[in-house]
Design a protein around this ligand. Structure first.
Ligand SMILES: [Zn+2]
Ligand SMILES: [Zn+2]
Length: 147
């Protein structure tokens, strides 16, 4: 599924914007950053994002309606299981994959005869740095926020 055609100028600009930013960005935030580059309409951003999502260079975080550059674009295409831990305090995102989790989902899908197109796991909480800094939300009790 991986498409190795070179990126268009717009696709490359959107990817650069996301790569330079540690936080996930909405399509409108991307547009704002690229107005100086000739971007005028959200559609231009969405078109570029479509291609970047397909190739796995960018991921969409549904819970935030935002996009992040893939942390390791050469390890998976657009179809792999990807997990994100999202800090609610500083908005940083950590991407990781775990073959055990992937195997469990695959086994479930096989048992249910479910055709999986994409699997994205989103974990929200507090990152180590924010916890150390005593961010608001550091709980006395474990939260009920499982993704
Ligand atoms: Zn990725
Ligand atoms: Zn944090």
């Amino acid at each position: 599924m991986t498409d190795h055609r070179p990126l268009t100028r717009n696709q490359a600009l959107v990817l650069e914007t996301l790569t330079a930013c540690e936080e996930p960005l909405s399509a409108y935030a991307i547009l704002d950053r690229l107005r100086g580059e000739g971007f005028r309409a959200p559609l231009q951003v969405y078109r570029a994002l479509d291609k970047l999502l397909q190739t796995g260079l960018v991921h969409r975080l549904d819970s935030l309606k935002a996009f992040v550059a893939c942390a390791h674009p050469h390890e998976h295409g657009g179809e792999a299981t990807v997990a994100f831990a999202i800090c609610e305090n500083c908005a940083r995102v950590w991407e990781f994959s775990d073959s055990t989790i992937e195997d469990r989902f695959e086994a479930w899908a096989k048992a249910e005869n479910f055709l999986t197109r994409a699997t994205t796991i989103e974990i929200s909480g507090l990152c180590a740095a924010c916890r150390e800094a005593g961010a608001p939300g550091e709980p006395g009790q474990p939260g009920e926020r499982g993704a």
